[in-house]
Design a protein around this ligand. Structure first.
Ligand code: FA5
Length: 350
């Protein structure tokens, strides 16, 4: 049996030296180490040996088994490395230092508009907050006064993850966290809460020239003592005149959102058709741009702020629609298309 063991060792060594394919290597593994393999056969043959001999040969067979398993594992690694090397060698070589004949890139129109709005609000003392795109039901709905089964949820069907979280359908999902983040400074130091929070939103809805399933909003909030609708109107007017740098027709009409009371829809006259009516404004001449209102007492309370002492306003600016109007993009879907032909028209001075 000792000779058999030595012979198997030699055979395996020779076969491993010749193999250069992972499938073939696996066949060798099964041939030697499989349930019906040559080494297992050796173990079966030991039953006819004397006790002392069985002990000694058993140790040798186990040693062989271990050695075979190690050499096969090493060979697998060797073949994998060879495969990677081959793939790398077959890849085309790029010289990153060579000059390119591609045009200089430009920022996306939504980035440009977002940065512009951020700098306008920063100059008025607002902080800019970042917030997750994946949120909980509590953040997106319950904390802003939209309990489970509330009909307002129908307007914002979104994408749910298997763990119960969801892709945020509105930047209002951050309101509660912002109130909690700055609530102490408001109550202890009298520092008003003034924050904007831009972000990507998702809704499961049919797309058209002014609706996308993935779009950007920029939420804003101000909370202090004696904040009124006049403050809200002042900030909205300032923002629009700074962004468009010209007078634009705006209309404010009542609007329902469970997290504001009273609530408004702020529409602007469509700048694509001059208010005549076109697919970009659903032929109404007006585009819903920035719903807003006075923060509902329940939302303040849920954020740890006493609504009898403090009031505030909130708005939810449609950033993607603002980019459409500012840059004359007729179809909102062009903005997510990734088409360089469509996007390269927007250049930036920076
Ligand atoms: C909201 O999302 C509220 N959270 C806004 C708000 C915040 C109201 C704070 C009051 C106080 P609405 O669903 O209307 O509201 O969306 C707000 C804006 O986002 C719209 O006016 C529009 O400009 C933009 N918007 C909404 N849905 C889409 C869409 N599918 N595609 C592109 N823009 C959209």
């Amino acid at each position: 049996m000792r000779e058999q063991i030595e012979q198997l060792k030699l055979n395996l060594k020779e076969e491993l030296a010749l193999v250069n394919d992972l499938q073939e290597l696996d066949n060798i593994r099964v041939k030697y180490l499989g349930k019906k393999g040559l080494i297992t056969d050796l173990l079966k043959g030991m039953k006819d040996l004397s006790n002392d001999e069985r002990k000694a040969v058993g140790a040798l067979v186990n040693e062989l088994k271990q050695e075979a398993s190690n050499s096969i594992t090493d060979k697998i690694e060797e073949l994998k490395q060879a495969q990677i090397k081959k793939e790398i060698e077959s890849m085309p070589v790029f010289d990153v230092s060579l000059p390119t004949n591609l045009d200089r890139g430009s920022y996306h129109p939504i980035t440009l508009v977002q940065r512009e709005c951020e700098s306008i609000f920063k100059s008025m003392g607002f902080t800019v907050e970042d917030y997750s795109e994946v949120v909980t039901d509590y953040e997106c709905f319950e904390s802003v006064n939209i309990p489970k089964n509330h009909p307002a949820r129908d307007m914002q069907d979104t994408y749910y993850l298997e763990n119960g979280q969801l892709l945020k359908s509105q930047t209002s999902a951050a309101q509660n966290a912002i109130l909690k983040k700055y609530g102490d400074a408001l109550k202890k130091e009298g520092k008003p809460i003034k924050a904007i929070f831009p972000g990507r939103c998702f809704r499961n809805e049919a797309t058209d020239a002014c609706h996308e399933n993935t779009f950007f909003q920029m939420e804003g909030m101000m909370v202090d003592k004696d904040i009124s609708i006049s403050n809200l109107i002042y900030f909205m007017k300032t923002m629009l005149s700074e962004v468009f740098k010209k007078d634009i027709k705006v209309r404010l009409r009542p609007g329902f959102f469970p997290f504001v009371e009273p609530g408004f829809e702020l529409d602007i006259s469509c700048l694509i058709c001059g208010g005549e009516g076109c697919p970009s404004c659903k032929h109404s001449g007006w585009l819903e741009l920035c719903p807003c209102g006075m923060i509902h007492p329940e939302v303040l309370r849920e954020g740890g702020i006493d609504p009898d002492e403090y009031t505030g306003f909130a708005f939810g600016l449609g950033l993607t629609r603002l980019a459409m109007m500012k840059y004359g993009v007729k179809d909102i879907r062009d903005l997510n298309s990734g088409s360089l032909k469509a996007l390269s028209q927007f250049t930036d001075d920076e």
